[in-house]
Design a protein around this ligand. Sequence first.
Ligand code: BEZ
Ligand code: FE
Length: 279
Amino acid sequence: MRNLNQHTITQAVIERFSNTPDPRLKEILNSLVKHLHDFARDVKLTEEEWLNGINYLTATGQMCDAKRQEFILLSDCLGLSMLTVAMNNDKPQGCTEPTVFGPFFLEEAPQFNLGDDVANGAIGKPCFVKGNIKSLDGTPIPNALINVWQADADGNYDVQYAHLAHPQARGILHSDAQGKYYFKTILAEAYPIPSDGPVGQMLRATKNHPWRPAHLHFMVEAPGHERLITHVFRDHDQYLDSDVVFGVRSTLIADWTEQDDGTYLLEYDFVLNPTAAKA
Ligand code: BEZ
Ligand code: FE
């Protein structure tokens, strides 16, 4: 294996991995090498550009900590996150569609009772959210585990504040015996994703904005059903057709109606896919 050139090196690298015992790891490495080399040949990558790329990925890693995941943000803005969601969630017609998870979910969210205010002090216009959790055949799902999280009116998630005493605008609830859920929160508003790092640099270099249309995140789990990770978007938001992370689906857009008293109401039902009915 000497004197490799631009035409022979790809096969040589693939052969280097040929004894990989894990067949899936071998498949992924082979494909990665093939596409990475084809990419470099396709754009005729210069040595300077190679170093710029290495420096960019290094800066992306250096931006990551327990509260900031710049690599997920990069994957989101390159459409890789949404592609992976789309490929792995082929649900039957009628099920609620999933969308990107995003980097702001917290395992340790506070528990609330139905009707409570999950805003917990977060700034924003008052909003009431209610609906049903159902199985694909329409059967109500009682005691489903519902995680909700959202940004405040300033466009920040609680984890983006350095010194908050307690979590805000996130919580865990359970549907009642009839599969109903309801809670108070704040009105979701459009917000820009963090753009003070390498991902922001890429957005500016490509003349793209960093905004996500207003949305409320949901993760719904129930025995015998696939976990659903999704959002509900606000109709008429100006960024619905240019979401920076490509996450909008028409079926996830709902009316958040302003009430006579100036508060808002969102009604949305979630339909979970029974595990046995997996497409
Ligand atoms: C979010 O909606 O929380 C989000 C998703 C992807 C990237 C940044 C934020
Ligand atoms: Fe979000």
